[in-house]
Write a protein that binds this ligand. Structure first.
Ligand code: PNS
Length: 162
């Protein structure tokens, strides 16, 4: 069984994440999406909400599971019996830090990292940018699945005046 982990914060999942998860699902027998529980950083969505959205938008992939994790990513990989991480690279500027993490994860536990070039359609996308655009009423329909767009609208739109 070739199993890979796609880790991240996913606050919320974007079409860029989905593109990487879908492509990874065609390369591996199983893909585990690992959602980081970060006690020191409060997100817009709770981890449960992020997982719920991820499960819905990856439901068409039979070999994708979504789980949360705390602590070291390599410990999560070990618990999931996965020895490969798949990460998207949007731009050269992503590479420095990703390389450091890949080398650290290899040194810590022999976990390999495969970098997948992001589809150019999504190379400028990030969860933070999407949240900012949605907050100010911008259209994010090309950037996130519809379920996520609705959740963003519900969370970020100013209440209607009476
Ligand atoms: O979507 P993000 O926030 O860029 O994902 C970052 C993530 C979750 C991949 C990274 O923060 C991580 O691996 N955190 C787990 C803690 C850990 O293992 N740290 C050492 C990394 S070398």
């Amino acid at each position: 069984m070739r199993r890979a982990v796609c880790p991240g914060s996913f606050d919320p999942v974007t079409n860029g994440h989905l593109d990487i998860i879908g492509r990874a699902s065609r390369l591996f027998d199983e893909v585990v999406v690992g959602v980081l529980v970060n006690q020191s950083k409060r997100g817009l969505f709770t981890v449960e909400e992020r997982i719920d959205m991820l499960r819905e938008v990856t439901a068409s992939y039979d070999n994708v599971r979504v789980e949360s994790f705390q602590g070291l990513l390599v410990d999560f990989c070990r618990a999931q019996h996965a020895s490969v991480l798949v990460k998207g690279l949007r731009a050269v500027s992503d590479f420095d830090y990703e390389l450091q993490m890949a080398q650290m994860n290899m040194g810590l536990a022999g976990v390999e990292t495969l970098f997948m070039p992001t589809n150019p359609l999504y190379s400028f996308l990030s969860s933070s940018l999407v949240k900012d655009v949605a907050k100010w009423g911008g259209d994010v329909s090309a950037h996130v699945p519809d379920r996520v767009r609705c959740e963003l609208l519900a969370r970020l739109s100013p209440p209607a005046r009476p």
